[in-house]
Design a protein. Sequence first.
Length: 173
Amino acid sequence: MAPLDGLGVTAVFTTDAHFEFGAGGATFEDGARLRYNLAPPLFSKRDPQTGHLLKREFGPWVGKVFPLLARGKRLRGTVLDPFGYTAERRMERSLIDEYEVRMRSIAAELTPANHKVAVEAASLPAQIRGYGHVKEASVAQVRTLEANVMERFRKAGAAPGRDGKDERVALTA
C-alpha cells in the first residue's frame, strides 16, 4: 500500500499523450504555453494566515524535471526519499498503519450481520484526496466518518445470529 504522492503524479506528466499540441492532439490549441501551478513542499512559502503552502507558477521547463521525479519513486520509503521526512508523508505512513490495524480488528469480528458495514469501513481511505491542507481536511472528515462507521460495525456485530449462535467468519491470510 502506498499513497499517491508528487512522485507518482509526475509519472502522469511524463507520457507523450499528456503533451499533445496542435492539430495532432485535442488537449491544447496551437500556440498554447504550458504553465504549472505547484506548491513543492520543500520550496514553497506558507500563507501567514492559514499556514497553507502557497502555489507558484512554473514555466514549461519544470516539465523536464518530471521524468527525474518519476524515477524517484524507487526512493520512496528509503532514507534517500527527499519527501519522506515531511509531516504529510509521516501522516500518510501513519494512516496506512492505522488502516492495517483496523482491518485486522474488523476481520477478527466479521459476521454476516456486520459485513456491509465492514466493506464501508474498508473503503473509507478512498475518500482521502488531495495534498497538503486539502488532504488534512479530507483526513479529518474521514476520521469523523470512521468513528461513526466503527460504532455501527460494533453494534451490528453485537447482535447474535438468528439462532443465537456466534456467526463470526474465520478468515485466513
